[in-house]
Design a protein around this ligand. Structure first.
Ligand code: M6R
Length: 615
């Protein structure tokens, strides 16, 4: 949430920062701003409500040339999106400027005391108090910028990723982090980059340092990189090599990132299973499980935590673990779990699922689970993010960067990894006969080819989308393994097309939602030929009798649903447990095309941000 980018070096900062903001725009797009220190020593701030493109038009053709700069793209928390609330914010004497991501919980108290001391704060934000506070500490003491930021932050309660520039220190950036991610890039020419994630950095350098909680970094053209904790312990920076290619964060000829990511799924699933399935020996390798096998072998319960689409992947995993590992599973919204008084037993295993690895609620839930003794396993996509560093062990999904706000390839990769986990645990526990296990492995290994077949129907799905694009509501129904897919299909439609949609277990419809069905209501049945197929066909009949507009996602060769539905999309035949990996794909394409037809901003849906780093 909110994107931060900063540069200090020998080149003009503006093009680097503005380009970085465009790459980070998926983190928030309510307003954008940039500040540079110009060669004459002026601190120049430009900020504008709207997208980065609006900021660029506002700045016009007289571009700043200073070689230190900070930029921010905002997802509003305190105060509406407007020019004043946009970052960067300046202190009282306009000597420093800051950009901030996170929430300062005690900002009201700090603001009040600043006002009593004569400060005039302009915005509604919690962030502006930081600029005033840091500047006040500097004015009132002999502390330099590095120490002043540390001293000011010691008064602050809350979460922050912060970058500060000071016109009296033009060759320097100060960056600080607590519960909100920051990556530092080290350029070959002595320049430094700071960003919320690696996407603005990867085009400049592959050498990065991940700032840890309560660390403050000074990036100085003369003194180099120094890191201290807020309480002044010296930290030796650990330099990592970025495993990300520039092409992976570009649209590559697609109209939107979401469409590119939907079409990347054969490859992203391949990358998720690569090196983990051994068909020859009929086995799965999952180091993160094997290293802690006693915890899995003796687990009396698995608790799965996540938010949004990751929570839906967790629901699929509930069916998978119960089917294969025969371990009871509970799936919890991380945001609910963290504020309950949860009962965790020593023999519980917790699985935390997150694409970004930065979701504030999931991170906090993990900390809660760990504090009461649970073994926590992370399933994350972004390498080096906070959740993998916080968990006891885990497995990366290797889906590659996902830029579209609506999660697509991250979901199928999560499900692929969770499928392997459930199969591996079930196999090691002796619950799955070897011949069934080997057959499932072969089928899973072949899923990328089957996803390609589903994607081959994109133009047919486009035609169906035209029939539904004007709908005001939609109902997604599925049973068993397909119930979470109904939820995921509904979420995809809601978030990018703003059509109200609900996912329901098909049999629950009779207990209420059936009242919604009239001649206009699109009803999407996810009805592959699985264990509950016959039951779902009866549910389709019940809807048909009441007049809904029916779309069935069915197995190739299906006759029964096809006879009842107005449209069908076929998916290849596969084991029931693997079908979610196929059935979700047409639903992604359907929502994508409906949103495009409704002229919605698919990659940046209103009010949303990719990485939800505030609770
Ligand atoms: O990065 P995470 O997987 O932890 O994110 C969780 C949710 O915020 C995310 O899945 C969200 O629901 C997506 N916009 C769904 O498409």
């Amino acid at each position: 949430m909110c994107g931060i980018v900063a540069y200090v070096g020998l080149n003009p900062a503006f093009p680097i920062v503005i380009d970085g903001l465009k790459r980070l725009e998926y983190r928030g797009y309510d307003s954008a701003g940039i500040a540079t220190i110009e060669p004459e020593g002026d601190l120049v701030v430009s900020k504008k409500k709207g997208k980065v493109a609006d900021l660029e038009s506002h700045i016009g053709s007289s571009l700043p040339v200073g070689s230190v700069g900070i930029g921010h793209t905002r997802w509003a928390t305190h105060g509406p999106p407007n020019d004043t609330n946009a970052h960067p914010h300046r202190g009282a004497s306009e000597r420093i400027a800051i950009i901030h991501n996170g929430i300062i919980e005690n900002f009201a108290a700090i603001k009040e005391s600043l006002k009593c001391r004569g400060h005039n704060l302009l915005s509604d934000t919690d962030s502006e108090v930081l600029a005033h506070l840091i500047e006040e500490v500097m004015d009132a003491s002999s502390l330099d910028l590095f120490d002043a930021v540390r001293a000011a932050l010691s008064q602050v309660v809350g979460a922050y990723a912060l970058v500060v520039i000071d016109k009296d220190n033009p060759g320097r950036l100060i960056a600080a982090r607590k519960s909100s991610p920051l990556v530092i890039g080290i350029g070959a020419d002595g320049s430094y980059y700071v960003a919320s994630d690696a996407t603005p950095i990867v085009g400049h350098t592959k050498n990065v340092v991940y700032l840890e909680d309560e660390e403050v970094a000074s990036l100085d053209l003369e003194e180099g990189l120094r890191i201290r904790t807020i309480s002044n312990d010296i930290i030796t920076p650990e330099v990592h090599a970025l495993e990300m290619e520039l092409e992976s964060i570009e649209k590559g000829g697609y109209e939107h990132f979401m469409l590119k990511e939907i079409f990347e799924q054969p490859q992203s699933i391949r990358d998720s299973i690569r090196g983990r399935i051994n068909l020859q020996h009929g086995e799965i390798k999952m180091q993160g499980i094997d290293d802690h096998w006693d915890r899995w072998e003796n687990a009396s319960r698995i608790l799965i935590l996540g938010c949004g689409t990751s929570w839906h992947a967790g629901l699929v995993a509930e069916y998978l673990f119960e089917e294969f590992a025969r371990i009871p599973v509970e799936v919890e919204y991380a945001s609910e779990f963290r504020y309950r008084n949860p009962i965790i037993r020593p023999d519980d295993v917790v699985i935390a699922i997150s694409q970004s690895g930065e979701t504030a609620d999931t991170l906090a839930a993990i900390k809660t689970a760990k504090s009461i003794g649970a073994h926590v396993f992370g399933v994350c996509n972004v390498v080096g993010s906070s959740i993998p560093r916080e968990t006891d062990s885990g497995a990366y999904t290797h889906a590659g960067p996902e830029i579209g706000v609506a999660s697509t390839k991250a979901f199928t990769s999560q499900v692929a990894v969770l499928t392997m986990m459930a199969l591996h645990v079930g196999h090691r526990k002796g619950n799955i006969p070897q011949d069934r296990f080997s057959r499932l492995l072969a089928e899973l290994n072949n899923i990328p080819e089957l996803v390609e077949k589903v994607l081959g129907q994109a133009s047919r799905i486009d035609v169906i989308a035209e029939q539904f694009a004007n709908a005001e509501n939609a109902l997604y129904l599925g049973r068993g393994f397909q119930f979470p897919i109904a939820l995921e299909g509904a979420l995809k439609l809601k978030e990018i097309s703003y059509i109200h949609a609900e996912g329901y277990p098909a049999a629950e419809m009779k207990h209420g939602p059936i009242a919604l069905i009239d001649d206009d209501m699109p009803v999407i049945f996810i009805a592959p030929m699985d264990d509950v197929y016959e039951k779902v066909v009866s549910n389709v009949q019940e809807v048909k009798a009441r007049g809904g507009r029916l779309l069935g996602v069915v197995t190739e060769g299906d006759k029964d649903v096809a006879a009842l539905a107005d449209h069908v999309i076929e998916i290849p035949r596969c084991d029931d447990a693997l079908a979610p990996l196929l059935s979700v794909v047409p639903l992604q394409l359907l929502s994508y095309r409906m949103a495009v037809l409704r002229e919605c901003n698919v990659d940046q849906p209103r009010n949303l941000a990719k990485s939800v780093t505030v609770e």
